[in-house]
Write a protein that binds this ligand. Structure first.
Ligand code: MG
Length: 230
């Protein structure tokens, strides 16, 4: 029997319903993004761009239009951006570095507050196994769902499995907007691991907390659990 919140790497778990079935109805739930929340996506992606004779120009949060070819200093077109991202996940999903404090904060929340954790990542589905492997390698072996597009419906589906408080973490403001629409009761934490990217993005309007570190995240979750305890 698998403990909720910890599963082995099994391709059959790459599925929202299978992961939802692991959840206990009486334990708080954390649904967390991976890139730029658990893993240092931007740092690794910039290295990948440099290796491909391109760079990110930091003009805005979007990748489309902001990746520049060194050869002629023009923006690479959207299909090429898509290919660079696909190549990145194919080559680097296993080696991307974890962000400081994430594994420790989550382990403490599981051990001390009974949290159950699901990783809801827009990693391409064929890279599910690589990402689960990297999560395990860095002490974050929580069940992973390879999502596509908006996250609100998946969060609502998972959140419906528990009567206890539910928390959501993501770096992308658009996901906070969508979760606010589909699962308004979920406590939403906006966290961007990369400091320069955090500055560029600004706070997500639909979030309850703009976290600066995993210590901030842990404190917010603990305070909310204390406030809602009966
Ligand atoms: Mg992300």
């Amino acid at each position: 029997m698998t403990e909720p919140g910890m599963i082995a790497d099994d391709p059959n778990t790459n599925n929202l319903r299978d992961v939802a079935a692991l959840l206990a109805p009486d334990r708080p739930l954390l649904i967390t993004d991976a890139d730029e929340v658990l893993f240092a996506f931007m740092a690794a992606f910039e290295r990948h761009l440099h290796a491909n004779d391109t760079y990110f120009n930091w003009a805005s949060y979007r990748l489309n239009g902001n990746i520049i070819a060194r050869a002629d200093e023009t923006a690479v077109d959207n299909p090429q951006v898509k290919a660079l991202i696909a190549d990145f996940f194919e080559q680097h999903t296993r080696t991307i570095e974890p962000l400081e404090g994430a594994a420790e904060a989550m382990a403490a929340l599981v051990a001390e507050r009974g949290l159950q954790i699901v990783v809801l990542s827009n990693v391409p589905a064929p890279r599910h196994g690589d990402r689960q492997w990297a999560l395990a390698r860095h002490g974050m072996d929580y069940p992973l769902i390879a999502n596509e597009g908006a996250k609100g419906r998946a969060v609502a589906f998972l959140a419906a499995r528990t009567n206890a408080p539910v928390f959501f973490i993501d770096d992308a403001p658009s996901h906070h907007d969508d979760v606010a629409v589909h699962a308004g009761h979920v406590r939403r934490i906006h966290y961007v691991g990369h400091p320069r990217l955090a500055e560029l993005i600004g706070p997500a309007e639909a979030s309850h907390l703009r976290a600066r570190s995993w210590d901030d995240i842990r404190r917010f979750i603990e305070d909310h659990l204390d406030d809602t305890a009966t």
